[in-house]
Design a binder for this molecule. Structure first.
Ligand SMILES: NC(=O)c1ccc[n+]([C@@H]2O[C@H](COP(=O)([O-])OP(=O)(O)OC[C@H]3O[C@@H](n4cnc5c(N)ncnc54)[C@H](OP(=O)(O)O)[C@@H]3O)[C@@H](O)[C@H]2O)c1
Length: 226
């Protein structure tokens, strides 16, 4: 039975990853920040751990709990949007810390801890290590500066993913844009449902090859410039 790890999975896209992998017969290990989130994960049959991914102790604790695992897929999903701004307005330290801690510090703590377990995934051939990024973090296609703190944070996590990919010997590390998705973050008027987004990303994750290590993809498999 293949195993997936989903970090930050209490609702939205993360919870849909858990639902679809469980429905497909996978073993799922997942983490959520709150007891309610842990309850939602357990209800789907996941092995659930409570962890605020901005807390170094909690992330280290998760690392210990993974001891001996082989992960076929591991996904850092947690993210916050922060202030919806127009134009490059001054950023407050409080907003900066909140957004950068969830979107960049969390991955920079978790990805190196998780990597060894992904290296042994897929029967020793190496699993897939993914972060939920955003097209808004693409420098190459940036044509708006709305919500620029979020953009900067996703550019940051993209750099972290690329850097981690250089350590991978067997694993394939990718950054993913999920589309504009109908979640608490994306809002009701977004283009696609979490079901559509996650279906596309699961297909992508099932099909990536080692040559894709260190790449950035849209949920439909189209490459996105860094
Ligand atoms: N929706 C979109 O259109 C869209 C577009 C591009 C990229 N993305 C990215 O896709 C990912 C998922 O987005 P979503 O739309 O599903 O967002 P969402 O509905 O707002 O859910 C965000 C998830 O992140 C978790 N989280 C936040 N801070 C955390 C922390 N400190 N520790 C653990 N978990 C934490 C939340 O847990 P709690 O319930 O505990 O708060 C929740 O499960 C994010 O990285 C987002 O940036 C989304």
């Amino acid at each position: 039975m293949p195993t997936a790890l989903i970090l930050g999975a209490s609702r939205g896209i993360g919870l849909e990853f858990v639902r679809q992998y469980r429905a497909d017969g996978w073993r799922v290990i997942a983490a959520a920040r709150t007891p309610e989130g842990v309850g939602a994960l357990k209800a789907l049959g996941a092995e659930a751990h409570q962890a605020d991914l901005t807390d170094p102790g909690a992330v280290a604790g998760l690392g210990w709990k993974l001891d001996g695992e082989s992960l076929d897929v591991a996904i850092y999903n947690a993210g916050v949007l922060g202030p919806r701004t127009e134009g490059a307005q001054p950023v407050t330290r409080e907003d900066f810390d909140r957004v950068m801690h969830v979107n960049v510090l969390g991955p920079m703590m978790a990805l190196p801890l998780v990597m060894p377990y992904v290296e042994t995934g897929q029967g020793g051939h190496g699993g897939v290590l993914a972060v939920l990024s955003s097209r808004m973090g693409s420098l190459g296609s940036m044509d708006s500066n709305g919500s620029w703190l979020y953009r900067v944070s996703k550019a940051g996590v993209n750099a972290a993913l690329k850097a981690v990919s250089l350590d991978a010997r067997h694993a394939t590390c990718v950054a993913l844009h999920p589309g504009w998705v109908q979640t608490d973050m994306g809002g009701k008027t977004a283009d696609i449902t979490p079901q559509q987004s996650v279906k596309g990303m699961r297909q992508l994750l099932a099909g990536v090859k080692r040559r894709d290590n260190g790449s950035f993809f849209n949920y439909d498999g189209t490459p996105i410039p860094w």
